[in-house]
Design a protein around this ligand. Sequence first.
Ligand SMILES: Cc1cc2nc3c(=O)[nH]c(=O)nc-3n(C[C@H](O)[C@H](O)[C@H](O)COP(=O)(O)O)c2cc1C
Length: 207
Amino acid sequence: MNKKNNLGLDICFMNEDDPFIVFKQWMSEAEKNEINDPNAVALATVNESNQPDVRMVLLKEFNNNGFIFFTNLESKKGSDLKKIPKASMCFHWKSLLRQVRISGEISSISDKEADEYFNSRPYLSRIGAWSSNQSKPMETRDAFLNRIQKYKNKFSDQNNVPRPNHWSGFMLSPKRIEFWKDVEGRLHQRLEYLKELNSWKKNILYP
Ligand SMILES: Cc1cc2nc3c(=O)[nH]c(=O)nc-3n(C[C@H](O)[C@H](O)[C@H](O)COP(=O)(O)O)c2cc1C
């Protein structure tokens, strides 16, 4: 028989009161098992008309305050989050048959943090951030390629490409984090953490 934790869940959930520790453990297992982008996560936002939208982003960092991703601030998600600073994330690690759902409030990260991450990116990614009017219609692909060349000329020193003002990061500070693990017969195991003032309340949920 599988070993269980004190909630009767498989031991992979651990007996943790801090969901960030569980997340760190699951992410490290995903990093060993996923063939691509274990940090890829679906990000849901909502616009002023209450229309939800979802797309993938890459989780670039997480700490006890939240989960950080980067994007063009003038993109669809950027304008949704400016008006309604709430979001949800969903990871699905197929290799592990696990899901993590996170929802909460969005805040902007500091210019210093954004600069640090921007400067760590490959040259072409930094040029791309200048050249792409993310999610705006493009006249032709050549128009985009011409913009890339224009910015390569403008910022020919690969060690000195400034971060565009329209490119930065957001942090999702969770109010709820749920860990889900596949069980045969769809008898899945779910552990929910709900944020309280200075702690997390744990619930196990029916599948
Ligand atoms: C695996 C994967 C990772 C992605 N990572 C990012 C990301 O970190 N930031 C980003 O702006 N777009 C990322 N994209 C592209 C977005 O899914 C999306 O196409 C783009 O950001 C425009 O979305 P929007 O119009 O809703 O703003 C990624 C796409 C995939 C498939």
